[in-house]
Design a protein around this ligand. Structure first.
Ligand code: BTN
Length: 254
C-alpha cells in the first residue's frame, strides 16, 4: 500500500492470493479478536459476494477486492450511516487518484456515466442492539478490460481503466481509500452524521432527479430529495408525500 497516512486503518494487513471471499476471511479474524482497522486484500475471489445475494466478479490481479474491519461503539441503527460513509470515502479517493468522475447511487454504489465501477457490502454483527463489529467489503473494478466481463455485465459495469484510458496503480488507490476512510470515520465519531450526510449528498447522482425504488413492497416513484438523519433516502412522491426508504434498489428515471 502506498502513501498511507493512517493511524490504524490498513495497518494490520493480510494479503491473500486466492480466497472465496475476503468477507469470510475477515469474519474469521474478527471472531478471533482482530482489532478495528484490520484489512484483508485478495488478488482474486472465487465466490465474491454482492448485496442481496448477488455474485461479485473478482478476476485475479485487476481489481481491488478487500474487507476492512470496524469496531465502532455505536448502536446497530447507525450501521446504515457507516455504509454511506464508506461510499463517500471511496468516491473521493477514486476521484482524487484517477480523475474519474464517479458518483454515488443510494446507498453505496459508485457509478460512472450510469455504469457501476465499485460496490460496497457492509455486514454488521450486533449484540444487545450494539454493533459488535462491521465488515466493510469494497470491490473496485480498477484495471478490468471489456473482455474480462461477461456480455450481460458489460452493459451495466465499467472499470477505472476503461473510463480513464489508463492503468491505475492499485496500491496507490488502496492507500487513498484508507486515508479517506480513516479521516471521515474520525469526523463521524467526533461530529456525528451531519458532515458525512452533506458530503454524500454532494457526490450523489440521484439528488433532485426522478427515481424508481424497487422495494419488497413494490415500486416507489418520486424525486430524490436527500438523506434523512438516519441515512434513509428521502423521496417526494408525485402526490407530494415525503417517503423515507430504508432498503431497496434505486433506478434512475420514473
Ligand atoms: C455490491 O455492490 O453488491 C457489493 C459488492 C461488494 C464486493 C466486495 S469485493 C470484497 C468483498 N468481498 C466480497 O465477497 N464482497 C466484497
Amino acid at each position: 500500500i502506498e502513501a498511507m497516512k493512517t493511524n490504524s486503518f490498513g495497518r494490520r494487513l493480510k494479503l491473500i492470493d486466492v480466497t472465496t471471499s475476503t468477507q469470510e476471511e475477515m469474519r474469521l479474524l474478527a471472531e478471533q479478536g482482530a482489532p478495528s482497522g484490520s484489512l484483508i486484500i485478495a488478488e482474486e475471489q472465487t465466490s465474491g459476494r454482492g448485496r442481496q445475494g448477488r455474485k461479485w466478479l473478482s478476476p485475479p490481479g485487476k481489481g481491488i477486492w478487500m474487507s476492512l474491519l470496524l469496531r465502532p461503539e455505536l448502536p446497530l441503527t447507525c450501521a446504515p450511516q457507516l455504509t454511506l460513509l464508506c461510499a463517500v470515502a471511496v468516491c473521493r479517493a477514486i476521484r482524487a487518484v484517477t480523475g474519474v468522475d464517479a458518483g454515488i447511487k443510494w446507498p453505496n454504489d459508485l457509478l460512472v456515466q450510469g455504469r457501476k465501477v465499485c460496490g460496497i457490502l457492509i455486514e454488521s454483527v450486533g449484540e444487545d442492539e450494539l454493533i459488535r463489529y462491521c465488515i466493510a467489503g469494497i470491490g473496485i473494478d480498477v484495471n478490468l478490460e471489456p473482455e474480462d466481463y461477461p456480455p450481460e455485465l458489460l452493459a451495466i459495469a465499467t472499470s477505472l481503466k476503461m473510463e480513464s484510458g489508463q492503468d491505475c496503480n492499485r496500491a496507490v488507490l488502496i492507500g487513498a481509500v484508507m486515508n479517506e476512510l480513516e479521516k471521515l470515520y474520525e469526523l463521524y465519531v467526533e461530529q456525528g452524521f451531519g458532515p458525512i450526510c452533506h458530503l454524500w449528498e454532494a457526490l450523489s447522482i440521484t439528488m433532485g432527479k426522478e427515481i424508481t425504488v424497487k422495494t419488497a413492497r413494490g415500486d416507489i416513484q418520486g424525486i430524490a430529495e436527500g438523506l434523512d438523519p438516519s441515512g434513509a433516502l428521502t423521496l417526494i412522491s408525485k402526490d407530494g408525500q415525503r417517503i423515507n426508504i430504508y432498503s431497496g434498489e434505486v433506478q434512475l428515471g420514473g
